[in-house]
Design a protein around this ligand. Structure first.
Ligand SMILES: [Zn+2]
Length: 283
Protein backbone atom coordinates (compact mmCIF):
# COMPACT_ATOMS: atom_id res chain seq x y z
CA UNK A 1 0.00 0.00 0.00
CA UNK A 2 1.10 3.58 -0.41
CA UNK A 3 1.11 6.25 2.24
CA UNK A 4 -1.10 9.23 1.51
CA UNK A 5 0.64 12.19 3.08
CA UNK A 6 -2.56 14.20 2.68
CA UNK A 7 -4.41 11.83 4.96
CA UNK A 8 -1.71 10.91 7.45
CA UNK A 9 0.47 13.99 7.63
CA UNK A 10 3.46 11.67 8.04
CA UNK A 11 6.72 11.79 6.16
CA UNK A 12 6.80 9.20 3.41
CA UNK A 13 9.74 8.91 1.07
CA UNK A 14 9.59 9.96 -2.56
CA UNK A 15 8.25 6.66 -3.82
CA UNK A 16 5.49 6.63 -1.19
CA UNK A 17 6.11 2.95 -0.54
CA UNK A 18 8.47 3.37 2.40
CA UNK A 19 8.51 5.39 5.60
CA UNK A 20 11.57 7.00 7.14
CA UNK A 21 11.47 7.64 10.89
CA UNK A 22 12.19 11.29 11.73
CA UNK A 23 13.90 10.25 14.98
CA UNK A 24 16.10 7.22 14.23
CA UNK A 25 16.19 7.62 10.41
CA UNK A 26 15.44 3.92 9.86
CA UNK A 27 13.28 3.08 6.85
CA UNK A 28 10.38 0.63 6.91
CA UNK A 29 7.80 -0.52 4.37
CA UNK A 30 4.82 1.87 4.44
CA UNK A 31 2.37 -0.95 5.09
CA UNK A 32 4.30 -2.05 8.18
CA UNK A 33 4.28 1.45 9.67
CA UNK A 34 0.60 1.93 8.87
CA UNK A 35 0.03 -1.27 10.86
CA UNK A 36 1.84 0.20 13.89
CA UNK A 37 -0.28 3.39 13.58
CA UNK A 38 2.79 5.38 12.45
CA UNK A 39 4.75 4.55 15.57
CA UNK A 40 8.31 3.62 14.55
CA UNK A 41 8.78 -0.17 14.95
CA UNK A 42 12.43 0.44 15.91
CA UNK A 43 12.49 3.38 18.35
CA UNK A 44 8.75 3.93 19.13
CA UNK A 45 8.88 7.52 17.88
CA UNK A 46 5.29 8.68 17.35
CA UNK A 47 5.10 10.33 13.92
CA UNK A 48 2.50 13.05 13.46
CA UNK A 49 -0.70 11.87 11.82
CA UNK A 50 -3.47 13.93 10.26
CA UNK A 51 -7.07 14.18 11.43
CA UNK A 52 -8.49 11.62 9.00
CA UNK A 53 -5.88 9.03 9.98
CA UNK A 54 -6.45 9.76 13.69
CA UNK A 55 -10.17 9.11 13.37
CA UNK A 56 -9.43 5.97 11.36
CA UNK A 57 -7.26 4.73 14.22
CA UNK A 58 -9.75 5.46 17.00
CA UNK A 59 -13.28 5.05 15.61
CA UNK A 60 -14.72 1.62 14.88
CA UNK A 61 -14.77 0.95 11.16
CA UNK A 62 -17.73 2.61 9.44
CA UNK A 63 -18.99 4.24 12.64
CA UNK A 64 -17.75 7.81 12.09
CA UNK A 65 -20.39 10.32 11.02
CA UNK A 66 -18.90 13.73 10.31
CA UNK A 67 -20.48 16.85 11.80
CA UNK A 68 -20.65 20.28 10.11
CA UNK A 69 -18.76 19.10 7.05
CA UNK A 70 -19.43 22.34 5.17
CA UNK A 71 -18.55 24.75 7.97
CA UNK A 72 -15.56 26.77 6.81
CA UNK A 73 -14.09 30.15 7.66
CA UNK A 74 -13.20 33.30 5.77
CA UNK A 75 -10.42 35.85 5.76
CA UNK A 76 -12.03 38.59 7.84
CA UNK A 77 -8.93 40.75 8.13
CA UNK A 78 -7.78 40.56 4.52
CA UNK A 79 -4.50 39.26 5.92
CA UNK A 80 -1.43 39.15 3.74
CA UNK A 81 2.08 38.29 4.88
CA UNK A 82 4.30 36.92 2.14
CA UNK A 83 1.14 35.41 0.62
CA UNK A 84 -2.59 36.00 0.90
CA UNK A 85 -4.20 34.08 3.78
CA UNK A 86 -7.02 32.95 1.47
CA UNK A 87 -4.42 31.26 -0.74
CA UNK A 88 -2.88 29.50 2.25
CA UNK A 89 -6.37 28.32 3.29
CA UNK A 90 -7.19 27.00 -0.19
CA UNK A 91 -3.89 25.16 -0.38
CA UNK A 92 -4.32 23.59 3.07
CA UNK A 93 -7.90 22.52 2.29
CA UNK A 94 -6.81 20.76 -0.87
CA UNK A 95 -3.74 19.14 0.67
CA UNK A 96 -5.29 17.95 3.94
CA UNK A 97 -8.76 17.22 2.52
CA UNK A 98 -10.39 19.16 5.33
CA UNK A 99 -12.47 22.36 5.54
CA UNK A 100 -10.16 23.62 8.31
CA UNK A 101 -7.78 22.20 10.93
CA UNK A 102 -10.37 20.21 12.91
CA UNK A 103 -12.41 17.14 11.97
CA UNK A 104 -15.46 16.41 14.14
CA UNK A 105 -18.22 13.84 14.29
CA UNK A 106 -19.72 10.99 16.23
CA UNK A 107 -18.52 7.42 16.29
CA UNK A 108 -17.95 4.40 18.45
CA UNK A 109 -14.73 3.28 20.15
CA UNK A 110 -14.85 -0.49 20.74
CA UNK A 111 -18.62 -0.08 20.79
CA UNK A 112 -18.78 2.95 23.09
CA UNK A 113 -20.42 5.95 21.43
CA UNK A 114 -18.69 9.32 21.71
CA UNK A 115 -18.36 12.73 20.13
CA UNK A 116 -14.97 12.87 18.44
CA UNK A 117 -12.70 15.70 17.37
CA UNK A 118 -9.21 15.52 15.89
CA UNK A 119 -6.88 18.40 15.05
CA UNK A 120 -4.74 18.30 11.91
CA UNK A 121 -1.32 19.85 12.48
CA UNK A 122 -0.67 19.73 8.74
CA UNK A 123 -3.43 22.32 8.27
CA UNK A 124 -1.69 25.60 9.15
CA UNK A 125 -0.22 24.08 12.30
CA UNK A 126 -3.59 22.92 13.65
CA UNK A 127 -4.15 26.52 14.66
CA UNK A 128 -7.31 27.95 16.20
CA UNK A 129 -9.14 29.77 13.44
CA UNK A 130 -12.67 31.07 13.83
CA UNK A 131 -13.87 28.04 11.86
CA UNK A 132 -11.91 25.63 14.08
CA UNK A 133 -13.33 27.25 17.22
CA UNK A 134 -16.86 27.09 15.83
CA UNK A 135 -16.45 23.49 14.72
CA UNK A 136 -15.07 22.59 18.16
CA UNK A 137 -17.82 24.41 20.06
CA UNK A 138 -20.50 22.79 17.91
CA UNK A 139 -18.97 19.33 18.37
CA UNK A 140 -19.11 19.82 22.13
CA UNK A 141 -22.71 21.05 21.89
CA UNK A 142 -23.73 18.18 19.58
CA UNK A 143 -22.19 15.76 22.12
CA UNK A 144 -24.10 17.33 24.99
CA UNK A 145 -27.38 17.23 23.04
CA UNK A 146 -26.86 13.58 22.10
CA UNK A 147 -25.74 12.67 25.64
CA UNK A 148 -22.35 11.56 24.37
CA UNK A 149 -18.99 11.82 26.12
CA UNK A 150 -16.55 13.99 24.17
CA UNK A 151 -13.07 12.94 23.06
CA UNK A 152 -10.69 15.47 21.49
CA UNK A 153 -7.22 14.76 20.11
CA UNK A 154 -5.31 18.04 20.03
CA UNK A 155 -2.24 18.79 17.93
CA UNK A 156 -2.10 22.54 17.61
CA UNK A 157 0.38 25.40 17.58
CA UNK A 158 -2.22 27.67 19.24
CA UNK A 159 -3.72 30.85 17.81
CA UNK A 160 -4.15 31.37 14.03
CA UNK A 161 -1.93 34.40 13.54
CA UNK A 162 -3.76 35.47 10.38
CA UNK A 163 -7.06 35.89 12.29
CA UNK A 164 -5.71 38.00 15.14
CA UNK A 165 -8.13 38.65 17.98
CA UNK A 166 -10.83 36.54 16.31
CA UNK A 167 -8.56 33.56 16.90
CA UNK A 168 -8.05 34.39 20.57
CA UNK A 169 -11.83 34.56 21.06
CA UNK A 170 -12.02 30.85 20.21
CA UNK A 171 -10.32 30.07 23.52
CA UNK A 172 -13.23 31.55 25.47
CA UNK A 173 -15.81 30.03 23.13
CA UNK A 174 -14.49 26.49 23.43
CA UNK A 175 -14.17 26.73 27.20
CA UNK A 176 -17.71 28.08 27.43
CA UNK A 177 -19.01 25.18 25.33
CA UNK A 178 -17.29 22.70 27.64
CA UNK A 179 -19.34 24.13 30.48
CA UNK A 180 -22.46 22.79 28.73
CA UNK A 181 -20.90 19.34 28.67
CA UNK A 182 -20.12 19.55 32.38
CA UNK A 183 -23.68 20.66 33.16
CA UNK A 184 -24.94 17.60 31.28
CA UNK A 185 -22.65 15.45 33.49
CA UNK A 186 -20.80 14.13 30.45
CA UNK A 187 -17.05 13.49 30.50
CA UNK A 188 -14.45 15.22 28.33
CA UNK A 189 -11.38 13.16 27.55
CA UNK A 190 -8.57 15.37 26.25
CA UNK A 191 -5.68 13.72 24.38
CA UNK A 192 -2.59 15.85 23.86
CA UNK A 193 -0.30 14.87 21.02
CA UNK A 194 2.80 16.45 19.56
CA UNK A 195 2.68 19.44 19.65
CA UNK A 196 0.00 21.07 21.83
CA UNK A 197 0.98 24.66 22.45
CA UNK A 198 -0.19 28.23 22.99
CA UNK A 199 -3.88 29.08 23.05
CA UNK A 200 -4.94 25.44 22.75
CA UNK A 201 -3.24 24.22 25.93
CA UNK A 202 -4.19 27.52 27.59
CA UNK A 203 -7.89 26.79 27.04
CA UNK A 204 -9.95 23.69 26.17
CA UNK A 205 -7.10 21.15 25.86
CA UNK A 206 -6.13 21.48 29.53
CA UNK A 207 -9.70 21.08 30.77
CA UNK A 208 -10.24 17.36 30.24
CA UNK A 209 -11.84 15.39 33.05
CA UNK A 210 -9.15 12.93 32.01
CA UNK A 211 -6.06 14.17 30.20
CA UNK A 212 -3.97 11.68 28.24
CA UNK A 213 -0.87 12.37 26.17
CA UNK A 214 1.23 10.48 23.67
CA UNK A 215 4.87 9.79 24.65
CA UNK A 216 7.41 12.60 24.22
CA UNK A 217 4.83 15.05 22.86
CA UNK A 218 5.80 18.71 23.20
CA UNK A 219 3.20 20.41 25.39
CA UNK A 220 3.41 23.95 26.73
CA UNK A 221 2.42 27.55 26.25
CA UNK A 222 5.51 29.23 24.83
CA UNK A 223 8.40 27.33 23.31
CA UNK A 224 11.46 26.53 25.45
CA UNK A 225 13.78 28.69 23.34
CA UNK A 226 11.63 31.79 23.85
CA UNK A 227 11.41 31.16 27.61
CA UNK A 228 15.19 30.76 27.83
CA UNK A 229 15.75 33.98 25.89
CA UNK A 230 13.30 35.88 28.09
CA UNK A 231 14.35 34.55 31.50
CA UNK A 232 18.03 33.56 31.00
CA UNK A 233 17.15 30.47 33.03
CA UNK A 234 18.49 26.99 32.39
CA UNK A 235 15.38 24.87 31.83
CA UNK A 236 15.16 21.40 33.40
CA UNK A 237 15.74 18.26 31.33
CA UNK A 238 12.66 17.03 29.50
CA UNK A 239 10.95 20.42 29.88
CA UNK A 240 7.55 20.58 28.11
CA UNK A 241 7.32 16.85 27.36
CA UNK A 242 4.38 14.59 28.20
CA UNK A 243 6.50 12.76 30.75
CA UNK A 244 7.57 16.03 32.44
CA UNK A 245 3.95 17.14 32.83
CA UNK A 246 2.80 13.69 33.93
CA UNK A 247 5.38 13.70 36.75
CA UNK A 248 3.91 17.03 37.91
CA UNK A 249 0.24 16.07 37.69
CA UNK A 250 -0.87 18.04 34.63
CA UNK A 251 -1.40 14.85 32.64
CA UNK A 252 -3.14 11.79 34.03
CA UNK A 253 -1.43 9.18 31.89
CA UNK A 254 1.05 8.91 29.03
CA UNK A 255 -0.34 6.36 26.58
CA UNK A 256 1.40 4.69 23.64
CA UNK A 257 -0.65 5.27 20.47
CA UNK A 258 -0.96 1.53 19.95
CA UNK A 259 -2.82 1.27 23.29
CA UNK A 260 -4.85 4.46 22.93
CA UNK A 261 -8.08 3.00 21.56
CA UNK A 262 -8.23 0.31 24.24
CA UNK A 263 -7.52 2.83 27.01
CA UNK A 264 -10.22 5.15 25.66
CA UNK A 265 -12.75 2.32 25.59
CA UNK A 266 -11.94 1.47 29.21
CA UNK A 267 -12.34 5.09 30.25
CA UNK A 268 -15.61 5.46 28.36
CA UNK A 269 -16.89 2.30 30.00
CA UNK A 270 -16.05 3.58 33.46
CA UNK A 271 -17.14 7.18 32.91
CA UNK A 272 -20.15 6.83 30.64
CA UNK A 273 -21.30 3.24 30.28
CA UNK A 274 -23.86 1.27 32.27
CA UNK A 275 -22.44 -0.84 35.08
CA UNK A 276 -22.52 -4.08 33.10
CA UNK A 277 -20.30 -2.61 30.41
CA UNK A 278 -17.64 -1.68 32.95
CA UNK A 279 -17.07 -5.31 33.85
CA UNK A 280 -17.02 -6.26 30.19
CA UNK A 281 -14.49 -3.58 29.25
CA UNK A 282 -12.14 -4.32 32.12
CA UNK A 283 -12.32 -8.11 31.75
ZN1 LIG B 1 12.51 5.37 14.74
Amino acid sequence: MSVSTAYTGVQANKEGSAFTCAACKATYPAAQVAGTLYVCPGCSHHARVGAHERIRQLADKGSFQEWDANLTGTDRLGFFDTRAYVDRLDEARARQQLPDALLTGSGTIHGFAAGLAAFDFGFLGGSLSTAVGERLARAIEHSAEAQLPFVCVTSSGGARMQEGVFSLMQMAKSVSALHELAEAHLPFISILVDPTMGGSIASFAALGDVILAEPKAMIGFTGARVITQATYEQLPAGFQTSEFHHARGLIDRVVDRRDLKAVLAQLLAVLAGPAGEIDQALA
